[in-house]
Design a protein around this ligand. Structure first.
Ligand SMILES: *Cc1c(COP(=O)(O)O)cnc(C)c1O
Length: 448
């Protein structure tokens, strides 16, 4: 498998090079030269195979021989070594819980896969790869945990002081070993600006082999397809093949939803995609107006989606071959306010006894809005007999509610139980290096 740059100004590369470099030299995102097509027989088989085998079969064509089969199977099995349960919330909305990984975030899957690939590629070489990552909370923890102890890889995480939740901060700052946390006295945008500048800095690139661990990296982006396969396995076990699985994805950089659309493009029989957005709604507005207007990101209670210019949207356009009507047929998007998000956490807890995190709550509202358009056709001209058909959707629950305790506890009026898997963090000591929010300060620290 070859990967080309969406800017079209760089040479094609294999998976290994794409994973090590992150981005093409022309600053474009890498995209697979062909989307592997699954046969009907393969899909049939997927209904019953183990998660590890399924992950191996899905990832194998993308890795394209740059990792031997035995190692890849092991990487895949380790990557998905926890549960992805599909849990009913209401009669027609289900939650795919993606927060059972080590850092309680869906980003664990991508981070675990990518770290193991980079570890494999660095074996037997003296080269050290330095992963630079800016985080608003979840990415950093997943990356720190995924890369901890991986030989040949150092990780530097930049996070905004005082702007991540206490558990998130402990996940970033208590690893030690090859993980360093820089506590930036500024905002997430400052952190991201520093990382962006670092990738373009000749002095730094001479001294370090730098790569990024966010979803622009194919090794982190592509394994996110696996959730959709795992969800579909559970869905057909409940409903058979006939009921379409519509999928609502809380979206920020649009890496997760784009991976789902890839899975569908390769033949997995999925229903409609719905992108749930907070006030950062550039895609929602684009689908309504065909005008793509980037704005400065604004802060919300679902802060992992506070992205003004989603980096993976260009990949969605590539899947859709830049055809706007194909896009609007495949994808719907809703924008959800903070007020509605908080009210929904309260309502869903009271009515259905299910605790949503703020991102899941944004998705839940979008699911209700979408289903309302199908189950109760609003206006004349629609086939009334369709009213009898019950449509269903799943939402992706991308983080555990305990990572957003202030918002969730206020909404449900109760204290959250801290899961045993993160309790141990509370006894650990935070270690971080304070940094002024300027590139100059960062570079000085890197060069010494
Ligand atoms: C990263 C993240 C998202 C957004 O995912 P994208 O792939 O960037 O669209 C949603 N929810 C949570 C909890 C996240 O951490």
């Amino acid at each position: 498998m070859q990967y080309y740059s969406l800017q079209q100004q760089s040479l094609n590369v294999d998976f290994k090079t794409a994973a090590i470099t992150g981005q093409a030299p022309d600053k474009g995102l890498y995209f697979p030269a062909e989307i592997p097509q699954l046969s009907a027989a393969a899909i049939q088989k997927f209904k019953t195979v183990s998660k590890g085998e399924l992950a191996f079969e899905v990832m194998r064509p993308y890795v394209g021989g740059t990792i031997d089969d035995a190692t890849l199977l092991q990487i895949c099995t380790e990557t998905i070594n926890f549960n992805f349960p599909l849990v009913p919330i209401t009669d027609n909305i289900w939650s795919l819980e993606l927060f059972h990984g080590p850092t309680l975030a869906f980003k664990d899957v991508g981070a675990r896969f990518m770290s193991r690939c980079l570890g494999y590629f660095s074996k037997g070489t003296n080269a050290t790869t330095t992963v630079l990552v800016a985080t608003s909370g979840d990415t950093g923890g997943a990356v720190a945990n995924g890369f901890l102890g991986v030989e040949g890889v150092n990780v530097i995480i930049l996070y905004p002081k005082g702007k991540v939740s206490p558990i998130q901060e402990l996940q970033l700052t208590t690893c030690g070993q090859n993980i360093t946390a820089l506590e930036v006295e500024g905002t997430f945008d400052d952190c991201q600006a520093i990382v962006k500048e670092a990738f373009m800095d000749a002095d730094l690139n001479k001294k370090y082999t730098l790569t990024s661990a966010n979803s622009i990296n194919v090794a982190r982006w592509l394994p996110q397809q696996l959730y959709y396969f795992f969800a579909w396995q559970q869905w057909v076990a409940n409903y058979g093949d006939d009921v379409p699985m519509n999928i609502v994805v809380p979206s920020g950089n649009f890496g997760n939803i784009c991976a789902g659309m890839m899975a569908k493009a390769s033949g997995l029989p999925l229903g409609h995609f719905i992108a749930a957005c907070n006030a950062n709604d550039v895609v929602t507005r684009y689908l309504a107006t065909e005008k793509y207007e980037v704005r400065q990101s604004v802060a919300t209670v679902s802060n992992a989606m506070d992205v003004g210019n989603p980096s993976n949207f260009v990949r969605i356009m590539e899947i859709m071959q830049s055809n706007f009507s194909a896009l609007t047929n495949a994808l719907t998007s809703y924008q959800v306010s903070d007020t509605d998000t908080k009210a929904t956490i309260a309502r869903v807890y009271k009515t259905f006894n299910y605790i949503l995190d703020p991102h899941g709550a944004v998705a839940f509202i979008a699911a209700e809005k979408y289903l309302a358009t199908l189950n109760h056709p609003p206006k004349l001209g629609l086939d009334a007999t369709k009213n009898n058909e019950v449509h269903r959707a799943i939402i992706l629950e991308t983080a555990h509610p305990v990572k957003f305790p202030e918002v969730v506890e206020e909404a449900i009026g109760e204290q959250l139980q801290i899961p045993a898997s993160v309790k141990f963090l509370l006894d650990k000591e935070k270690v971080s290096i304070p940094l002024a929010p300027s590139y100059k300060a960062f570079k000085a620290w890197m060069m010494q």
